[in-house]
Design a binder for this molecule. Structure first.
Ligand code: CMP
Length: 140
């Protein structure tokens, strides 16, 4: 297994309910290290650019509205097999399908307000990290 980096977002439904610390604790207790982190509020243009791959999906406009509705926490997580490990810790996109003990099973409100985002491949992780952080913001 290789050491990887993945992009994580703690979404507005989670920051609104003061769940940031509980979610971070899941990453750290499962062996992922936070090598970059910042709390921001995205503009419409930020959210549209980040989720550009979903532009044609019926939920795109709602997703952009939701992701700009409050503060989010952007993170880079590092560790062995970090992309897959983070997806395991998060659980399925739809909280109704998420395995018990995962972040989404425990905290998500709906498929849209699903508390966290995580990159789905090493290649996408590199692109998402570059979109969200400058090189000098990553401190391993
Ligand atoms: P995320 O991992 O951030 O990537 C795209 C997001 O779109 C996804 O999590 C969901 O929160 C959101 N979304 C809203 N509706 C749907 C849907 N029907 N199918 C997939 N993703 C959806």
């Amino acid at each position: 297994m290789a050491t990887e980096r993945t992009l994580s977002i703690i979404k507005p439904d989670a920051t609104r309910r003061n769940l940031t610390g509980k979610i971070i604790s899941r990453f750290e207790t499962n062996g992922l290290r936070i090598v970059a982190q910042k709390r921001v509020k995205w503009s419409k243009a930020d959210a549209e650019a980040f989720y550009a791959v979903h532009r044609e999906r019926p939920f795109f406009n709602d997703l952009v509205a939701f992701m700009t509705s409050g503060p989010i926490v952007l993170q880079v997580l590092e560790g062995e097999d970090a992309v897959a490990k983070n997806r395991e810790i998060m659980g399925a996109t739809n909280p109704k399908e998420a395995a018990s003990g995962t972040i989404r099973a425990d905290f998500a409100e709906s498929i849209e307000a699903n508390s966290v985002h995580g990159s789905d491949s090493v290649e996408n992780a590199a692109n998402e990290i570059a979109q969200c952080f400058g090189k000098d913001e990553l401190v391993g």
